[in-house]
Write a protein that binds this ligand. Structure first.
Ligand SMILES: [Zn+2]
Length: 880
């Protein structure tokens, strides 16, 4: 392991590469006891570097160097230095061919970076810096080369041999071995390199592009998963068509391949022409995947496919620019999901994640701008800020420019930078050049961390019929950044009259045409907007569609929130008003005694939602979800987790009791009929009936118990089966719960993705997930330390979704997590570093919690030989 103190890398230190690689010729000899990698690099000095003397420096990690040759002559060991994590060769000519042979041991690679083995197959993960674990190379995204890859392996054990590009040669070798050669005509950075070798079945499909080219689509999976490929292949075709229609982007190679792998640190990887997926993010059938899983698969397949242009054809200059490809591509995949389903529901889902988890990150010790200025370990920067806030930033550009000019901007960006490695600044410049808009102040979104807070106040003048809205923006200090400048914020709003209708908006001083919704542009620390001709005092509907990733503070009354819940023409704000009302009611009960009265209007509001069949049921299904504990904690200063948990439980009990008859009626109304389908209405129906069941079992209703048991037994799909199981698990019916858990495991024990859900249901429930039970789950035969999905489904679910148990008053949950992080750090530092996250915000919590969280962090800090990944997170969290 690394022993030296980790170094910080700064954006300001960026220098162009000293050497460029024009061509890479790779030959992999794969064996059970290891792999030999022959690499031939065509190198030349970079004319832009200004360095005509410097030594050649290549990155390498955990490699056994066997030989080095320059222009065909072997180099004696004294002619190069390969201590540490580099291979340095001084005195090289301006252009030459370098041959390097290394030996690696994929079968012992538990970090799952570089080349490793998963369920008997060889596979790779090279982003961000995994390629250096395969061979010595200038491992940075601005070195783009053409790759030719020959793979040699045993024909019986590894009949399928895949890499990027097109398959150009294949044949037999001695000793029952064979080879396949792949050639990728597009220059690419090495993080997009991929290799797969295994005994896999192939599912084929095809796609005809807009210009009439036939693309061969192939999906490779283990034989037991052969029936779970159709959905992903269909989603792929939808994505290909959509990217042609909406962005004018056509696929470029003759083949597009998807491979499913069980052991994978991330969700999926966009390697050129050969996307590798975590099995849980691509395999699906009605019997094994929930509606949510289907939606996630569609979104991830699209995301990785869209990277072919936003990421692969135009890539990042350095890793500080990670959001260039991720923010833009998340924005693209969320547009796609909106177009495929319900835009309002998609927006609600995105914002829920952003407000719960990204706002927390932005307010914690790991807060960083969308374009960070420094890092120790880049793997720690695959964050919600880079992805989700990065996507919000692109979305704001879309809002400011409008769809048409945005498309002009993206066309210009792709055309201007095709085949290049560029920066977020280049992206914004393309948008400016195409639209004529000045986005110089807007660029602060990339540079300043922290979630802006908008304080909104208003005034209505009856006599002059004017309405004045004053908006003050403040951006909190974050580690290393104080005294921030105001940002350029698009702020969409509407004003409702007393009948609930949108009023015409006429800005004083001539603010363009009169419409019922406007996007105000905030640029100053405080701004006042005046509306004329406002006939009566309006109820403001602020930040419609969540037009910017900010917090809005405005003193709505409960009356006004209920009014917005039932009248706002913006579906997102309807939902948000419901959330605000519930947050307010739950908040008023935190720490209150058991006799405190629960606001009766909350149940009334929910009843109205449940009974009105004319409403969009997909929106109703979302509105019936109470704010999560994690979100309530995020909104609270110095939160006391146990009191928040109890207050939320009390409200749930109250609502379920008050609405019992209505919930039973909703359950009956949405009972499963006909064939299973994935339309927004069908998904909403299942969501509503399962919410009804969950609420009723929360109060241990025996009629609901019978319904849940019947649903569990008869369900023809995983959404209903798991919904019933979850409801039983969260109820007080101990025997029924145990029976259902056993039956579920018996039925699905052969399917790792379903077993992960079985683990997760238990680990995230207070009834089955106390610390003792979590330790039990970890001794279950299906639990595997080396499989990140299993770790996430037990330890991750416990610390991230079972907050009452994780934040146990005696600190046992924190100590447990610290123990697991230390254990995992030796084998898989990336996953270990991610697990630390629930401890990082110890300063936010009430001292009784915070002090014990701090101790757990110190417990991790004191471990010997801590990885760079965990070191960075722990030290930043503990920094004064
Ligand atoms: Zn991505």
């Amino acid at each position: 392991m690394r022993t030296s103190q980790p170094q910080t890398i700064f954006l300001k230190d960026y220098r162009v590469p000293t050497f460029l690689v024009d061509h890479v010729d790779l030959r992999f000899e794969l064996f059970e006891e290891g792999a030999r990698v022959h690499s031939v690099l065509s190198l030349r000095r970079n004319p832009d570097s200004g360095d005509s003397q410097g030594a050649l420096e290549l990155d390498g990690d955990s490699l056994k160097l066997e030989s080095v040759a320059l222009d065909g002559s072997d180099l004696a060991p004294g002619k190069y230095d390969h201590r540490g994590e580099t291979l340095v060769i001084p005195g090289v000519p301006d252009a030459f061919e370098l041959t390097v042979v290394t030996w690696i041991e994929p079968q012992n690679n538990t970090r799952l970076e570089g080349l490793y083995k998963s369920s008997g197959m060889f596979c790779t993960q090279c982003e961000a810096e995994g390629f250096r674990c395969i061979t010595y190379f200038p491992d940075r995204p601005d070195v783009m080369a053409r790759f030719r890859t020959r793979i040699e392996a045993d024909r019986n054990a590894y009949p399928v041999l895949l890499s990027n590009g097109n398959d150009v040669d294949r044949g037999d070798l001695d000793d029952g071995r064979h080879f396949v050669t792949w050639e990728d005509p597009f220059p690419k950075p090495c993080y997009l390199f991929a290799l797969v070798a295994g005994d896999l079945v192939e599912k084929r499909d095809s796609f005809t592009t807009v210009s009439g080219r036939d693309i061969d689509l192939r999906m490779y999976v283990e034989p037991r998963n052969a029936e779970k490929c159709d959905y992903a292949l269909d989603a792929l075709k939808r994505s290909m068509r959509w990217d042609e229609e909406v962005y004018g982007r056509e696929y470029d190679l003759d083949i597009f391949m998807i491979v499913a792998v069980d052991d994978f640190n991330m969700g999926a990887m966009e390697n050129k022409g050969l996307n590798i997926f975590n099995s849980s993010c691509v395999l699906a059938s009605q019997d094994t995947a929930t509606d949510l899983a289907f939606q996630r698969i569609e979104a991830i397949v699209a995301h990785e496919y869209f990277h072919n242009w936003s990421g692969n054809r135009v890539t990042c200059r350095d890793w500080f620019q990670l959001s260039l490809k991720e923010g833009f591509t998340v924005f693209r995949d969320s547009q796609f999901s909106s177009d495929m389903g319900s835009p309002t529901v998609k927006r609600i889902e995105d914002v829920t994640l952003l407000r719960t988890a990204q706002f927390a990150e932005d307010g914690g010790p790991m807060a960083h701008p969308v374009r960070p200025a420094s890092y120790m370990e880049i793997s720690n920067f695959y964050t919600l800020t880079i992805y989700e806030k990065g996507a919000e930033v692109v979305r704001m550009i879309h809002t400011l420019l409008g769809a048409e000019l945005f498309r002009k901007g993206s066309d210009l960006y792709f055309q201007r930078h095709d085949g290049q490695a560029v920066t977020t600044d280049d992206f914004v410049t393309a948008m400016e050049d195409a639209s004529g808009r000045d986005l110089s102040q807007f660029r602060l979104w990339y540079e300043q961390a922290g979630t802006p807070v908008l304080n909104v106040s208003d005034q209505y003048d009856e006599a002059s019929k004017t309405y004045r809205l004053t908006i003050e923006q403040r951006i909190p200090d974050t580690p290393g950044q104080q005294g921030k400048k105001p940002q350029h914020i698009p702020f969409a709003l509407g004003l409702l009259d007393s009948s609930g209708q949108d009023m015409p908006l006429e800005l004083a001083g001539g603010g363009g045409e009169i419409t019922t919704e406007k996007v105000l542009e905030l640029t100053g620390a405080s701004q006042t907007f005046e509306f004329n001709g406002v006939a009566e005092r309006p109820v403001p509907s602020l930040l419609r569609h969540f037009s910017a990733p900010v917090r809005v503070v405005y003193p709505w009354t409960r009356e006004q929130l209920m009014f917005l819940m039932s009248h706002d023409s913006d579906g997102f704000n309807r939902w948000d008003a419901g959330q605000r009302l519930a947050v307010d009611v739950i908040g008023s009960l935190v720490g209150a005694d058991e006799q405190a009265v629960i606001e009766p209007r909350l149940a009334q509001a929910y009843r109205q939602l449940l009974c009105d069949e004319s409403l969009d049921q997909a929106l109703v299904a979302k509105m019936m979800q109470l704010p999560s504990e994690a979100y309530l904690i995020e909104l609270t200063d110095s939160p006391d987790v146990q009191t928040i948990h109890r207050a939320r439980e009390r409200v749930l009990t109250h609502l379920a009791t008050e609405l019992r008859e209505d919930l039973l009626e909703v359950y009956r109304r949405h009972s499963a009929e006909g064939a299973y389908g994935l339309s927004p209405t069908e998904v909403a129906g299942r969501s509503l009936r399962n919410t009804a069941l969950a609420w009723l079992l929360h109060i241990n209703d025996s009629q609901a118990r019978d319904l849940a048991q019947a649903q569990f037994a008869d369900a023809d799909n995983m959404t209903d089966r798991l919904g019933a199981l979850r409801a039983l698990v969260n109820s007080g019916f101990v025997q029924e719960r145990e029976q259902a858990l056993d039956a579920f495991y018996q039925q699905f024990s052969g399917d790792p993705q379903v077993v992960e859900q079985w683990f997760s249901v238990q680990a995230s429930s207070p009834t089955t997930g106390d610390l003792e039970q979590i330790r039990q789950l970890m001794t279950h035969p299906a639990f595997e330390w080396k499989n990140p999905n299993k770790v996430r489904s037990v330890i991750g679910a416990f610390a991230g979704a079972n907050l009452a148990s994780f934040h146990a008053a005696d600190g046992s949950g924190y100590r447990f997590l610290a123990e697991q992080v230390c254990r995992l750090d030796d084998s898989n530092p990336q996953i270990a570093a991610r697990l630390v996250s629930p401890l990082t915000r110890w300063r936010k919590f009430a001292p009784a919690y915070g002090e014990q969280m701090q101790k757990a962090l110190e417990q991790i800090r004191d471990k010997k030989g801590l990885s760079r990944d965990v070191y960075e997170v722990v030290h930043k969290s503990l920094a004064p």
